[in-house]
Design a protein around this ligand. Structure first.
Ligand SMILES: [Zn+2]
Length: 125
């Protein structure tokens, strides 16, 4: 049986084991060269905190939109747009960390494959 999947440390998507990683699977941290270059920046960490803070300020059952997180961080339109994908990456990392869930239409979805608008909520027991 192949080893269990991992989560990319940068984008939070699932990394499935591949034969080419047979020898160094333990060292595999990123899903792609792009993610390896990107890593996790200070802004990425700020977005994670932004998600945590916003969720903490709401009732446990409520969901937030990624744009709410970005809007709380910047009023600048261009910056706002530039942070929309990074905030989704941050949400996926928090799913991997067991802190939050990503939903679509009220159902928990797989963060690796979810397309389109998502919402974020605290992980339910
Ligand atoms: Zn990645």
């Amino acid at each position: 049986m192949p080893p269990a999947d991992k989560t990319c440390a940068s984008c939070g998507r699932r990394i499935e084991w591949r034969k080419k990683w047979e020898r160094n699977w333990d060292d595999v941290t990123y899903c792609s060269d792009a993610c390896r270059r990107r890593k996790v920046s200070a802004v990425d960490r700020e977005l994670e905190s932004g998600i945590r803070n916003l969720l903490a300020a709401r009732p446990a059952t409520s969901t937030i939109c990624p744009s709410d997180v970005v809007r709380a961080m910047t009023g600048d339109e261009d910056e706002w747009r530039a942070l929309m994908e990074p905030v989704r990456r941050a949400a996926r990392r928090l799913v991997a960390a067991g802190e939050v869930e990503i939903t679509q239409g009220g159902r928990v979805v797989d963060p690796s494959t979810a397309k389109g608008p998502i919402r974020i909520r605290r992980r339910r027991p």
